[in-house]
Design a protein around this ligand. Structure first.
Ligand code: 2F8
Ligand code: CA
Length: 317
């Protein structure tokens, strides 16, 4: 029995191939077996491939069947819906057929009556149109014949309107002025009645009682005024008409030696009596009209002394 050495198989195989036809097949049983195994393996592979293909095809077929049945179901639903809608539409049309018919009839009747109306009034319409055209023509003639006159009148009307507006605004200004004067007159009247004196665009009030400087100032403020500010020779002379010692609106309370008026302005022109201000009582921080027989009549006094006072209310000049 011939031994088959498997590790030398390729060489043996080559030898077999090269000696094909020269050698008897029964002389190589190992090769036979090998062929048999190879053929069987090949067949098995083919069967496997065939089975795979068959399985795949079967799965595809099932999928297609399912898709087909889904499609058929969808189509059926749509068809049913379409049929239902068709039915509804038909019902609606047949239910409203009578109405449509009536409306159409009414429309035709109206058309007919309109035609009758127009044809019956054709003459009247024609006459009216003619009359309108004639009036237009006559108006044009009238306008063109009086063009210059109309132009003049229009110009005059414009001028009159302008003058009217002008006198209207003048009248308004006069009314405002009159009302303002009325108010002023009323104020004057009231102040005169309350005993105020008018001098150089201001009203003055001379008290009949006596108070401290601060109380006097408060009183003036309550009357819509303030203690008197003397800023002219005329005003200084005016104060000498009253034979009283009176507080005026001048003080150096805030800073000793710096005299200020009650409106905050610094004292410029002064009318101190000779030797004043002298702080004779230690602290004399408020000013009074004292020595009325002379032009320079002012004196500094302790603010808590009680004397008369003079208020001033400035009026518009
Ligand atoms: O009451 C205070 C007052 O007394 C005198 O005037 C009445 C003094 N005058 C003179 O001494 C000249 C003031 O200076 C003084 O303020
Ligand atoms: Ca003094």
């Amino acid at each position: 029995m011939e031994m088959v050495v498997l590790e030398n198989e390729p060489e043996v195989l080559m030898e077999n191939i090269s000696n094909k036809g020269n050698r008897d097949t029964s002389a190589a049983p190992g090769l036979k077996l090998y062929r048999c195994v190879a053929v069987s393996f090949g067949l098995l592979c083919i069967i496997q491939v065939a089975l795979n293909i068959s399985l795949r095809l079967s799965l595809e077929r099932d999928n297609l069947r399912k898709l087909n049945s889904d499609y058929e179901a969808g189509t059926k639903n749509l068809t049913e819906e379409r049929d239902e809608l068709k039915g509804k539409l038909n019902d609606y049309i047949s239910g409203n057929e009578a109405k449509i018919k009536t409306l159409t009839g009414e429309r035709d009747e109206l058309k007919r009556r309109l035609d009758v109306l127009i044809s019956g009034n054709e003459g009247k319409i024609k006459t009216l149109t003619g009359e309108r055209d004639e009036l237009k023509r006559r108006l044009d003639v009238l306008i063109s014949g009086h063009g210059a006159e109309i132009k003049t009148l229009t110009g005059e009307r414009g001028e009159l309107r302008r003058r009217l507006d002008e006198s209207q605004s003048q009248q308004n200004a006069l009314i405002r002025e009159r009302d303002e004067l009325k108010r002023t007159l009323n104020d004057f009247d009231q102040l005169f009645q309350k005993g105020w004196e008018y001098f150089h665009s201001s009203f003055y009030y001379i008290s009949s009682t006596e108070k401290t400087w601060q109380e006097s100032r408060d009183d003036c403020v309550s009357r819509g005024a303030n203690l008197m500010i003397i800023d002219s020779q005329e005003e200084q002379d005016f104060t000498r008409r009253f034979p009283k010692r009176m507080w005026i609106g001048l003080t150096d309370r805030a800073q000793e030696g710096t005299w200020r008026w009650v409106d905050g302005t610094l004292l410029q022109r002064s009318y101190w009596y000779s030797g004043e201000p002298n702080d004779e009582w230690g602290e004399e921080d408020c000013a009074e009209i004292n020595y009325k027989d002379v032009e320079n009549s002012w004196n500094d006094m302790p603010c808590d002394r009680q004397i008369h006072w003079i208020c001033e209310k400035k009026m518009a000049p």
